[in-house]
Design a protein around this ligand. Structure first.
Ligand code: NAP
Length: 310
């Protein structure tokens, strides 16, 4: 029988919506991990040493090997840099940073120190993404369309940072779709045009229409009330395929072909991957989804709509 592997001591930074909804339960359920400290100005986790400053936490907990960052993207770089400089491995929520250059800087820092850096993309862990990628591998894609329409008030209640510079607006959920697309398409595409719709009182778009090479397009909208839509529909030389429910359900030729109607497996899979990366001394940094967002913000034609208030 193999010897049991010791759990990895981890600290969570930014105890807000996603930390409480997904990270804390995923860590608690895994024998790979032991949550020893948190850093957050307001949030805490019962039974876990609370800190409000990352430098102070790193000093107080030399046993912490991994720092998992659940902050919004803009404050994330400084926390990641502090953790890497203190010799800790780092796991980044999506999007991995506010800019591409800062993630490249973190990648260099981690590599120079022999530390793991993992840019997580939780939607890639959805139930039907791996089978969709496998099915598409030997097909020719003739057209693809993403419809990603959800209600910002439901998923980001009161989170004004999403509408501040660096918050990415509707690309905060849209990048989840792009993380799936960039993972499953057998050949890469690039963006050629975008229309971005900004509320007149906000700094980031609330809706976006994107056009890519290869017949690929996307419709992101954060104003959808009622049923939410997270679909990717792809036509191929072997007929149509679709991913629904954020990559959790697969359809081939219009028929259900697998997956599961639940998102609960995504974060346990991310932490399992991070445990493997740390134990193997490797990093995983993929910026492909963020390149498309950056290109859309570079090429996008701007239109103005009604003011938005939570
Ligand atoms: P959140 O609840 O607004 O923020 C997380 C925590 O970060 C806050 O509770 C806050 O903790 C801290 N924080 C916020 N702004 C800060 C700032 N300017 N400086 C320092 N700390 C700050 O956000 P979230 O929804 O959890 O999202 C965090 C990340 O997870 C985002 O990148 C998002 O894309 C990703 N994500 C979110 C969801 C979702 O459903 N919401 C799903 C998947 C991934 P303190 O005030 O206690 O310091």
């Amino acid at each position: 029988m193999p010897a049991p592997v010791a759990p990895i001591p981890v600290a969570l930074v930014g105890i807000g919506k996603i930390a409480v909804d997904q990270h804390v339960p995923a860590i608690a359920a895994s024998p790979d991990w032991h949550l020893v400290a948190t850093v957050s100005r307001h949030g805490t986790v019962p039974g876990v040493a609370p800190h409000t400053d990352i430098a102070q936490m790193l000093d107080a907990h030399p046993e912490v090997q991994v720092v998992s960052l659940c902050l919004p993207p803009v404050p994330r770089f400084a926390a990641a840099e502090a953790a890497l400089r203190a010799g800790r491995h780092v796991m980044l929520e999506k999007p991995p940073g506010a800019t591409l250059a800062e993630v490249h800087a973190l990648q260099d820092m981690a590599a120079a120190r022999g530390l793991t850096l993992y840019t997580t993309w939780h939607s890639r862990m959805a139930h039907a993404v791996a089978p969709a990628r496998a099915w598409l591998a030997d097909k020719t894609v003739t057209r693809a369309h993403i419809t990603w329409r959800e209600d910002v008030r439901k998923w980001h209640p009161g989170q004004d940072w999403v509408f501040e510079p660096g918050g990415m607006g509707v690309f905060d959920p849209g990048i989840n779709a792009l993380s799936i697309l960039t993972h499953i398409l057998p050949r890469p595409v690039h963006l050629t045009a975008a229309t971005l719709t900004f509320p007149e009182n906000r700094q980031t778009p609330i809706a976006a229409q994107l056009t890519f090479t290869g017949g690929v397009s996307a419709d992101f909208d954060w104003r959808q009330e009622g049923p939410q839509t997270w679909d990717i529909e792809i036509d191929t030389d072997a007929g149509p395929m679709a991913l629904r429910l954020g990559g959790n359900l697969l359809e081939i030729g219009g028929q259900p072909s697998g997956g599961e109607n639940s998102i609960m497996g995504e974060y346990p899979a991310l932490y399992a991957r991070m445990a493997d990366l740390v134990r193997q001394g490797q990093s995983e940094v993929d910026l492909a989804p963020m390149v498309h967002v950056s290109d859309a913000l570079t090429l996008g034609r701007r239109q103005i709509t009604d003011p938005f208030h939570f």
